[in-house]
Design a protein around this ligand. Structure first.
Ligand code: MF3
Ligand code: CO
Length: 256
């Protein structure tokens, strides 16, 4: 069942969304050569606590991993697709890209958003990977309208990314979000004909999160049980927003 949120609930999700936005803005400003992904984690934990919220990812149990995720952030560098773990040993350097993904729980409602940023000088093809991935999210957001169907959103990402010569990661998907971090429906970045194709209705809230590889689509999970990487070692980008379906069109909760 896909929950439809009241306007009061949407305002709560809005506050959670704006908190993750602010955290990501501050972390983006910190990103530089020599900064470690642990530095980002420390800053994020402090910001979340200062806001009276709790980190949504920390302690999140994954069946696949068989463990609880230990951090507030996922920091996925270069060929890491998602769920990269912050580390004091991972110093960012020029030419790297890092996906910063964070979630919060504020007054019973979840926020979840991600951005990928470049450090120093990255080559043109890497710039294009980031641009295409972010644009695919924007196009999908614009399809998140009452009367459209889920596959309109999923198919928009798929089409744009593949037309631009990049690959859609299939093992990880977006999701509904509300009083749980992951709710129905699943939001793949491709049309999954085995899945349902519900009509979108006002009050539904989707976390849309394209994960795009510069090379082949295949991923594998490292021995830490969490870090997913592109099998061929190619760079991977990830952007995420929470989007509410409203009578007045898409409302991106995770940015002003
Ligand atoms: N944005 C990702 C998601 O929504 C991050 C989850 S990390 C986890 O699934 F630790 F919470 F699993
Ligand atoms: Co998410």
């Amino acid at each position: 069942m896909i929950v439809r949120r009241s306007s009061v609930e949407l305002e709560k999700l809005r506050r959670s969304g704006l908190l993750v936005y602010q955290i990501l803005q501050d972390l983006k400003a910190m990103v530089a050569e020599g900064v470690t992904t642990h530095d980002l984690e420390v800053a994020a934990e402090r910001m979340i606590a200062d806001a009276g919220a709790s980190p949504a990812f920390k302690g999140y149990y994954s069946q696949a991993a068989g463990t609880k995720y230990p951090f507030a952030l996922c920091t996925s560098v270069n060929e890491e697709v998602v769920h990269g773990m912050p580390s004091a040993k991972r110093k960012l350097k020029s030419g790297d890209i890092v996906s910063i993904d964070t979630g919060v729980l504020l007054e019973g409602y979840f926020g979840d958003s991600a951005v990928t940023v470049a450090i120093g000088e990255v080559n043109e093809s890497v710039k294009r990977l980031l641009k295409v991935t972010e644009e695919s999210l924007e196009l999908a957001i614009d399809r998140t309208r009452a009367g459209n169907r889920l596959f309109d959103v999923c198919g928009t990402v798929e089409k744009y990314v593949t037309l631009n010569g990049f690959s859609i990661v299939r093992e990880f998907v977006g999701h509904g979000i509300g009083t749980s971090l992951h709710e129905e429906p699943q939001v793949p970045n491709y049309v999954d004909r085995r899945g349902e194709n519900p009509r979108l209705k006002p009050g539904m809230v989707l976390a849309i999160e394209p994960m795009v590889n510069a090379g082949k689509a295949e991923t594998k999970v490292l021995s830490d049980k969490w870090t997913a990487v592109a099998k061929d070692g190619s760079y991977s980008a990830h952007f995420e927003h929470m989007v509410a379906v409203t009578d007045n069109g898409p409302w991106v909760l995770s940015r002003p």
